[in-house]
Design a protein around this ligand. Sequence first.
Ligand code: NAD
Length: 485
Amino acid sequence: MAKTDNNADWNLAPAPESTDHIHIDKRYELFIDGKFTAPSGKKYFKTVNPATEEVLAEIAEANGRDVDKAVKAARKAYNGVWSKISAKERAKYIFRIARLIQERAREFAVIESLDGGKPIRESRDVDVPTAAAHFFYHAGWADKLEYAFPVRKVSPLGVVGQIIPWNFPLLMAAWKIAPALATGNTVVLKPAETTSLTALKLAELIRDAGLPDGVVNIVTGAGATGRALTEHPDVDKIAFTGSTDVGKMIQRTVAGTDKKLTLELGGKAANIIFEDAPIDQAVEGIINGIFFNQGHVCCAGSRLFVQESVAAEVDRRLKHRMESLILGDPLDKNTDVGAINSKGQLETINSYLAKGKKEGLTMFQTDCPVPEKGFWCRPTLFSDVAQSSVIAREEIFGPVLAIQTFRTVDEVIDKANNTPYGLSAGVWTDKGSKIFNLTTRLKAGVVWANTYNKFDPTSPFGGYKESGFGREGGLHGLRAYVNLH
Ligand code: NAD
């Protein structure tokens, strides 16, 4: 192994994770009332490995009748069992799910990377352990709700419909199901159509955990399946995570009904580097915030603001570090940047790259090799970006970073807040006072200081403005699943 000035010359031997221990069926049915059930329309769609374009399995497509069956099963389970058993019993089931996820962690991590394209390092070290942590955390709350909401009487909402995106398939499922169960609700969950596999594996695990039939139902399909769930009259709450456009449609559907609603939507996070920041640490945080996981993160730090005096240095170090990123096989433990989740998403990202070039922005892309098959996008950086540029305004959801500079604190706060979104932000500085100033004035649900993309089930997560409303995680997250009297 030889190292030169350019880190790209490091040649690491491939270190692929084994797939021997996993099993993927040829076909997956809907999980309704504790059983895997064929869809009434007899329709199936294919789920594809985005790194190879190979078909992994066929997935059942739920229509309105199937969704109705799932909601009825959830209602029956709510009335008959789940709202009746003691909170301690509920907790035992949720703990059991958490432990089973830990036991099958490797299997879940590999399937997540195969189906979604994310590097195994991410699915192994972030997605799966955090999913288990959500079940552990919420299991702990199940019999302590009177302490979560002192002097109030707490009751569940009933049947909740949950719709999730493709960027954290298992983690989003856990993030939604765990608090709903802990607070005594029953669930109908719809995963995203490109990444249904780990939700269906979770269905197997839930069945193995002995959860009473109908407490969790999983219906697969695309937008029409989601719509049937949001329109169903017997659903008491919709919890949606996904794009702002679909979130707005759901808000219109739910308006005028007595359904409760939480929306976790898009983002265009600002990552801000001050001249007094530890620059190497900041650069690593920027890389983590936008390039690891292909920028497929709602809170990806896609806008970088650098104080003018250190702009040239940050630019140089950032490009140098970008050149050392390893793009390729998501199952390889050395991989930093995996595959783009779907052909459609790659087309969206490429259309933004074309728009950026058309606007006359300076585009820098690493020259790492790209596999012939599959969907890939090299880490990309646009400099000299104006506030009005489409690259700075719209969510791209890919490994694309827009750099702007600033001189003063007030200027960067104005620029960072000048977006319809408000999900997250990052601040890099040596000064605690600057951190406190910015965290109170940035309009973002989460502000990380000298770190980025850190998640914990005890910490509430959610957005301002068009990034949605309601919080998930922590006490605030529990509140969204209960009535208080
Ligand atoms: P999307 O809105 O296209 O799809 C999300 C889910 O909604 C999918 O399951 C999809 O099948 C379903 N859906 C589509 N049309 C629907 C309709 N009319 N009615 C009901 N359901 C419908 O989003 P996506 O492309 O899967 O995910 C990427 C988006 O998710 C990005 O905007 C990202 O920022 C956002 N996201 C937000 C968070 C957060 O916590 N705020 C987390 C992850 C992703």
